[in-house]
Design a protein around this ligand. Structure first.
Ligand code: NAP
Length: 272
């Protein structure tokens, strides 16, 4: 019997995780199956428990259950604790191990795939939801010179910055006027609705990288704005998706797959 894994979410039909993990399993010779698991919005725990009863070994967790997965876990990694959100669960007997691999996924995509240097640079992170929270600690560990968080609802950004002991600055979009950043990461869900976060002009420093966590939507309004503002490099979140999957695969199987051919293949099918 192959080992059983799944991605749990609602909706989940669009998820590319089964494709990615099937490719990792082929590449590393691991005998596993990876399914999509649609959970009713009020039944995350019941659905996860039923999956465990079927012999499930681990889950990736996507919207809207990352907070519930955090509370469901019995043992948290440091980065899951910092994020207060969980996107990977591992079941061993009665123990539910939990990790958050989103931040490592973003940093690995930026540093390894895109050749971005974060250390000593100025970072601007847009948004204060689950995705933003998950990437703050891994970005801080890269030791940027400046780290600013902007959110439409400024109180949310302020509370988030406080929970990281003031190691980043928080404020409104308007307060960004006059600032210059080497890396601007869009962790809002604005692109999902075809909207642009209200960025003032001039925030992209010469040579800046603009990164939208959204993927599969072509050039988003944020990336189009960044292009118009002279950002040197534009990237979507497909690389982050593949890299967080690789971290999850390592969490479950103790093996690191080669992400480059999997990302290349996904890009080809995405563009087709
Ligand atoms: P979330 O918890 O719902 O947070 C949404 C954030 O977006 C909030 O900060 C919200 O601001 C802001 N926002 C929404 N519409 C906006 C607009 N029109 N202008 C400015 N700000 C706006 O969502 P999430 O879980 O953090 O996810 C955010 C995005 O990241 C999603 O698009 C998701 O697909 C993507 N993501 C990608 C990956 C990947 O692997 N590539 C992984 C995780 C997430 P307020 O606080 O003011 O409401």
């Amino acid at each position: 019997m192959p080992d059983l894994y799944a991605v749990i979410g609602n909706p989940v039909a669009h998820s590319k995780s089964p494709l990615i993990h099937a490719a990792f399993a082929r590449q590393t010779g691991q005998d596993l199956v990876y399914e999509r698991l649609l959970a009713p919005k009020d039944a995350f725990v019941a659905t996860a428990n039923a999956f465990r009863a079927r012999g499930g070994r681990g889950l990736n967790v996507t919207l809207p259950f990352k907070g519930e997965a955090f509370r469901y876990a019995t043992r948290l990694s440091e980065r899951a604790r910092a994020a207060q959100a969980v996107n990977a669960l591992k079941f061993e007997g009665e123990v539910i191990f939990a990790d958050n691999t989103d931040g490592a996924g973003l940093v690995n995509d930026l540093v390894r795939n895109l050749g971005c240097v974060i250390s000593g640079r100025r970072i601007l992170l847009l948004g204060a939801g689950g995705a933003a929270r998950g990437v703050i600690e891994p970005l801080l560990q890269q030791q940027p010179a400046q780290f600013v968080l902007a959110n439409r609802t400024p109180d949310r950004a302020q509370r988030l910055a406080q929970s990281f002991a003031g190691r980043l600055e928080a404020g409104t979009y308007a307060a960004l006027a006059g600032g210059r950043f080497d890396l601007v990461v869009n962790a809002t869900s604005a692109s999902l609705a075809g909207e642009l976060p209200p960025l003032p002009p001039g925030v992209f420093a010469p040579g800046a990288l603009a990164y939208d966590m959204m993927y599969g939507k072509g050039e988003t309004p944020f990336l189009a704005f960044a292009r118009g503002e002279g950002a040197a490099l534009l990237a979507d979140g497909l690389g982050m998706l593949v890299e967080q999957a690789a971290e999850s695969f390592f969490f479950w199987r103790g093996l690191r797959p080669d992400t480059a051919p999997v990302l290349q293949r996904l890009r080809q099918t995405n563009d087709a």
